[in-house]
Design a protein around this ligand. Structure first.
Ligand SMILES: Cc1cc2nc3c(=O)[nH]c(=O)nc-3n(C[C@H](O)[C@H](O)[C@H](O)COP(=O)(O)OP(=O)(O)OC[C@H]3O[C@@H](n4cnc5c(N)ncnc54)[C@H](O)[C@@H]3O)c2cc1C
Length: 411
């Protein structure tokens, strides 16, 4: 059968593009290699789907061309996204600007998208992997997972919405990069983003399970990459938490370039170095029987306090009478500036998103059409745009998918 538009990928951007094109009366086919649509959407926001955010700014979207995402977003912004989902039945629930469906079920988002696709007569093929694309009138060759046979589909226009390679078990296994490459596109090296970081430092294991507020600065070759603040979590393998995930894109890039990467943690953000020093001195003067470790009781988590003392090369059980002011200063310094070395990010399996992808230089930001291959459109995570935590990756998928869909539907 011949279709006006074939969409490869039934994820957030693919479903959105199919709806946008279907609403303009086009005959649309969506092909996906998984057994159902929107598998990744179901995993978003811990199953609650943080589908967008009221706060939008350029630094929420990262790319080699930082202006590209905002241009695309201006064509289908957050207000239009909320309106779009409200029309489909998603009543938004807001928490600090983060929007979720009121049902707090990611499944609701997938359901309304599929109901709309059904209303518009969008066709779906599941469990077939698009292996090859032949131009000019697009011929797609798929591999049927059930019987291992090749099949062919024809579409006047093609939308690639295959995602990147983060969380490949949800469908996005990176095969979309090869398809885009076969059509002439440049792929900026995909790297895991919104992911936890691995450290060679043994103290991470000792502090494993400790959650604490911190200001975090990431450095590559002693140059500040970026900074974040929020709750961090020490783990057996390293360090996690929202600020760490936000920084991970820059860390991944620096590591890929062979830089020495480390984090500097400020573990008591509300007090200055001088305030901490005087606090520790007061505790020390009040009771000289307290050991080094006991000086920190009630100030920091005891596991973390132990780690800081050890990392300052101090003795946790040294009695107060033998402690020197130099040692108290060393401790205060560790609390304000604690270094965690980073050797790697966690792999794509654990990443929420991929940084890198199809170069935006090769895509028209007004249409999402390829500048290299006529009637080919690219959208979603496949493209070199990744958002920070907070609903920005889905917003990018909705905006770029919508623009690709309406543009492909135009004569
Ligand atoms: C655990 C987790 C939680 C997240 N939480 C949030 C959140 O709360 N808010 C937020 O904004 N973002 C979140 N994200 C990120 C967000 O889900 C993704 O950026 C977004 O869903 C990407 O949409 P997409 O359409 O580009 O790609 P995908 O959703 O990955 O869809 C791509 C589809 O293409 C199919 N496909 C790929 N290659 C082929 C091929 N060759 N042939 C046929 N089919 C193919 C795949 O099977 C897949 O269904 C989260 C991600 C993860 C993993």
């Amino acid at each position: 059968m011949d279709y006006d538009i074939i969409v490869v990928g039934a994820g957030a951007s693919g479903l959105m593009s199919a709806i946008a094109a279907g609403r303009l009366g086009k005959k649309v086919l969506v092909i996906d290699q998984k057994d159902k649509a929107g598998k990744k959407i179901l995993a978003t926001g811990n199953g609650k789907c943080n589908f967008t955010n009221l706060y939008q700014a350029p630094d929420c979207y990262r790319s080699d061309d930082s202006a590209f995402a905002m241009k695309v977003l201006s064509c289908f912004n957050v207000d239009r996204t909320i309106e779009f989902f409200e029309e489909l039945g998603i009543y938004p629930k807001e928490r600090n600007g983060y929007l979720y469906p009121n049902s707090e079920q990611a499944a609701s988002v997938v359901q309304v998208l599929l109901l709309e696709c059904k209303r518009l007569g969008v066709h779906f093929i599941f469990e077939e992997t698009v292996m090859k694309i032949i131009k000019p009138h697009y011929t797609l060759i798929t591999l049927d997972k059930e019987n291992g046979k090749e099949k062919k589909y024809y579409g006047k226009k093609l939308i690639l919405a295959t995602g990147g390679c983060a969380s490949p078990k949800l469908g996005s296994d990176g095969s979309g990069y090869n398809l885009a490459k076969s059509l002439g596109h440049t792929i900026l090296k995909p790297l895991p983003a919104l992911v936890s970081l691995r450290s060679p430092d043994k103290f991470c294991k000792t502090a494993s399970g400790v959650r604490t507020m911190a200001k975090v600065e990431a450095y590559g070759n002693h140059k500040l990459l970026d900074r974040e603040e929020g709750e961090i979590i020490f783990t057996d393998y390293g360090i996690s938490g929202i600020p760490i995930m936000q920084l991970s894109r820059f860390v991944a890039k620096a590591l890929d370039q062979g830089q020495k990467v480390y984090l500097k943690l400020d573990l008591l953000t509300k007090a200055s170095y001088e305030e901490i020093l005087s606090m520790l001195q007061n505790r020390w003067n009040q009771n000289k029987n307290k050991t080094m470790e006991e000086l920190l009781i009630g100030l920091l988590n005891n596991k973390l306090a132990y780690v800081l003392i050890k990392e300052a090369s101090l003795d946790p059980i040294k009695p107060g009478k033998e402690i020197s002011i130099k040692e108290i200063k060393l401790l205060a310094n560790k609390i304000k500036s604690f270094q965690v070395n980073i050797k790697a990010t966690n792999p794509f399996d654990n990443a929420q998103v991929s940084a890198g992808g199809v170069s935006t230089k090769e895509i028209n930001e007004k249409t999402m059409e390829s500048k290299l291959s006529k009637n080919l459109y690219l959208c979603g995570e496949l493209v070199d745009v990744d958002g920070t935590c907070g609903g920005y990756n889905l917003q990018w998928a909705w905006s770029s998918g919508y623009l690709a869909g309406i543009s492909a539907a135009k004569p």
